[in-house]
Structure formats: C-alpha cells, structure tokens
Design a protein around this ligand. Structure first.
Ligand code: PLV
Length: 303
C-alpha cells in the first residue's frame, strides 16, 4: 500500500485540438492531497516512519506541506508545518483540516524554513518540499504508471519550482529506459530559477520572485534540477502569469478540474498555438495544486 494513488492517464481532445499533437494527461491533481507532491512526500514519510520518526516537520505553506499533513495523518504521526506570513488563508485552512499544527513565522519561505530547522528535536524528521532524493524516487512512480499503460510519449511537459518534480520525472524516464524522451520544463517569467541556472551554468539565487505562481517560487533550484538539464534532453520554457491563469480557466472549462497557476504554467504550453508543434504524442503532467480558489484566480486575472 502506498499513500499516493495511481492516477488516470487520459487523452485530452480539447488540449490536442489546441496544441496540434495528441495530448495525454497524467492527472496528478487527483491525488488525495491535491497534487503530485504526495508521491514523493508520501514515500519520504513512509521511509522516515519505518526508521522510527515520531514527528514530521515541514516548512511549506503549499502543496508539499499539505502532502506531509496528509501522510502524517494516515501514518498516525503528528505534523508541524511552519509557513511564512504570505501563506494564503485557504492553504492554512486545508492544513488544519488534515490536523497539522500550523506555525506562522517569517516573511518568506527561507525564514519559515530556518525556524522549522530550529524546531527539530530527536525523533523528528524534516521533509523538504523539493530537494531530497527520497522525494524524486517517489515522484518517479508517475512515469512507471505511464510505461505500464503502454504509452511512450515523444515529449513530457511539466512545471518547475525547486525542481523536485523535474528530478523525479527524469529519474522515472531513465529507469524505464526512456533516455531519448525530452522534457519541456516550464516556469513563469517571474519565477524562472531553472532558466537562470541553465544560463549561468550553476544554480543561482533570483533576487526576488515576481509571479502569482507562488508554488513555483523557489529562488534557487536544487542542484539535481540543473544536473537533469545538463544530462537529459531538456528545453527550458517560460510563460507569462496571464497565460498560466488563462490556462487554469480553460482547463476548468475543458476538464472540470481546478488547478493552481503553478500547473497552469505547464498547461499554457498546450494552449499556446504552435509551441508543441514539433511533437506527435505529448505527456502533460497535470501536477494540480490545492491552494488557489477560483475566486483568487479571477482576482489575479482582473488585477
Ligand atoms: N510546490 C512546492 C515548493 O515550491 C511546495 O512547497 O508546495 N506544481 C505545484 C502545484 C506545486 O505545488 C509545486 C511545488 C510545483 C508544481 C513545482 O514542483 P517542484 O518544486 O518540485 O519543482 C517552491
């Protein structure tokens, strides 16, 4: 038994018509915590639980924190999530629904994370939102499911925040022998830390995050994310916040599933005419995200 569920893989007629190639959707938005994060976080929590951890600590006010809270409740392990003051009321509400103890501290993730490190005692396990090999191994299972379904895509589209999803998907592609399948790694323009790292040749810290896709807002990507870009075929792509938000709206209309702008960024590549024209069969990782309400998406679009 795993904490995550096997998700549907469906052909999308509306996205195929918009993009040109046939689009296959891996519906990670349907994980019980609302995003793909449960694959890696669930795996990490199970490993730490088996090693005797008695308390999980997370520093994510986003989908990683929600996945830790869900995993802890299922495993009977108490969870503390330290979140920065910028965390939305909706995210805090969802964390509390999962019985997590929520501590609001600091003006950014960096500060919340520092406070979380200080809380760690003996028997506690810290669960990082993206930079941990246990997470990547868990995320890789989504590619195993695609291979088991008998679909070999000629490209994979996904969003990049800190690069945990990217690292896991590349691990999954490699362990299925798909070394030749390129990844289209999408960021919003104001959160393009992978693009900056590729350009510089080493991970760099962005001075600030300037995007509504706060779940993509890691100022610096994990070293492993850059290593993926250097050792696996990868194209770095950027979309505007507006395109990401409009993709959320269109996807809700087309598939009746509400996702965050973090996921809308990847979807925007399919909705933009011509950007996937080189390919025939594209796998879209619909990573999901539970922390943006429809009202919030409309407010951002109106701003
Ligand atoms: N969100 C992280 C960290 O971001 C978090 O703390 O929840 N799509 C969604 C819906 C996400 O929540 C995230 C990450 C991503 C995509 C990007 O995944 P990553 O960070 O593994 O590249 C800073």
């Amino acid at each position: 038994m795993t904490l995550h569920v096997q998700t549907p893989l469906i052909e999308s007629r509306p996205l195929s018509l918009a993009a040109g190639p046939t689009l296959w959707l891996k519906l990670e938005a349907l994980q019980p915590s609302g995003s793909f994060k449960l694959r890696g976080v669930g795996h990490a929590c199970e490993v730490h639980h088996a090693r005797g951890a008695r308390h999980f600590v997370s520093s994510s006010g986003g989908n990683a924190g929600l996945a830790v809270a869900y995993a802890g409740r299922k495993l009977g392990v108490p969870v503390t999530v330290v979140v920065p003051e910028t965390t939305s009321a909706r995210a805090i509400e969802l964390l509390k629904l999962e019985d997590a103890q929520v501590v609001v501290k600091g003006s950014s993730w960096q500060e919340a994370n520092q406070h979380a490190q200080g809380l760690l005692g003996a028997g506690d396990a810290f669960i990082h939102p993206f930079d941990d090999p246990l997470l990547w191994t868990g995320h890789a299972s989504m590619i195993d499911e695609v291979a088991q379904a008998g679909l070999k895509p000629d490209a994979v589209v996904l969003s990049v925040g800190g690069g945990g999803l990217l690292s896991g998907v590349v691990e999954g592609l490699k362990r299925n022998g798909w070394h030749d399948v390129p990844v289209l790694a999408v960021e919003t323009e104001g959160a393009a830390s992978l693009h900056a790292a590729i350009t510089a040749g080493h991970p760099v810290e962005l001075p600030a995050i300037n995007s509504v896709a706060t779940s993509l807002g890691a100022k610096r990507v994990a070293d492993q994310a850059l290593a993926c870009a250097q050792h696996h075929p990868l194209h770095s792509e950027q979309v505007s916040d507006r395109a990401a938000l409009q993709a959320c709206e269109r996807f809700l209309h087309d598939h009746r599933i509400l996702v965050e702008p973090a996921c809308g960024a990847a979807l925007a590549l399919a909705y933009a005419p011509g950007r996937l024209a080189h390919y025939n069969k594209v796998l879209m990782i619909v990573c999901g995200g539970a922390t943006a309400t429809l009202e919030q998406i409309h407010d951002w679009l109106a701003a």
